[in-house]
Design a protein around this ligand. Structure first.
Ligand code: ADP
Ligand code: MG
Length: 214
């Protein structure tokens, strides 16, 4: 199955919509154990991507991912800005010169998530966006390797992301601002994990509807 970058404006729009719709809830999460700016940070990046989306749609996958990464890096700020920037720039490098199909994209995404781990010096279980990104990347690779039907694959990733975000509730934060709270971080979902899950669900929704028979 081949999907081309012309789908990116719809994905960017769906992400903008879901972050807007959940802005209040996520801000409350970030206020509980962070500094409350995560949604505003992310929206700065998403608005910049919306302004570039017609241009992005005309690029090849590697160039589109590079542009997205550079834009996020220069607009989002906070811890999440450099982490998402790194994610997309690494995906871009992994896609360069490749014919992009699902297994290739799955591998590129997994490499991107590895680069986020390195950049943030963090791993699974530390109550961050990685608790969503890591299981989503694993599920994507397994499903792509098994040539799972697209809709099953998308449902699997969406579920893995949801389980990941819920799991952050009982984790002790050991990275980022929430780590300053120690045990007081327990009982709260991580805001960055929540937005990662919302963005994955929105992306899966667009891909599912684009693949649906007319
Ligand atoms: P800041 O914490 O600098 O204000 P944001 O509020 O935009 O930045 O983003 C906070 C989110 O970034 C956290 O909820 C967490 O998911 C993620 N995060 C913070 N530090 C790390 C890290 N070292 N590795 C991975 N993710 C991190
Ligand atoms: Mg913050």
């Amino acid at each position: 199955m081949q999907i081309n970058p012309e789908i990116l404006p719809r994905i960017i729009q769906a992400i903008a919509d879901t972050i807007e719709k959940n802005a209040e809830e996520v801000t409350q999460l970030d206020q509980a154990i962070g500094d409350g700016d995560h949604v505003v940070n992310l929206q700065r990046g998403i608005h910049a991507l919306q302004a570039q989306s017609a241009e992005i749609a005309q690029l090849d996958w590697a160039a589109a991912m590079q542009k997205i990464g550079m834009t996020l890096m220069s607009t989002v700020g906070g811890a999440s800005g450099s982490l998402y920037g790194t994610l997309f720039v690494t995906i871009s490098k992994a896609l360069r010169g490749q014919s992009v199909d699902l297994p290739v994209f799955a591998s590129a995404f997994a490499q991107g998530v590895e680069s986020v781990k390195l950049r943030g010096k963090a791993d699974a279980g530390e109550k961050t966006m990685l608790d969503v990104l890591i299981p989503a990347a694993q599920r994507l690779q397994t499903a792509a390797a098994a040539s799972q039907a697209l809709n099953d694959l998308l449902a699997g990733i969406t579920n893995a992301a949801e389980a990941g975000v819920e799991a952050t509730r009982n984790m002790l934060a050991t990275k980022g601002r929430a780590s300053f709270l120690g045990e007081r971080s327990l009982g709260h979902i991580d805001a960055g994990a929540k937005t990662a899950q919302l963005m994955i669900a929105a992306t899966a929704g667009v891909l599912a509807s684009s693949a649906a028979p007319a």
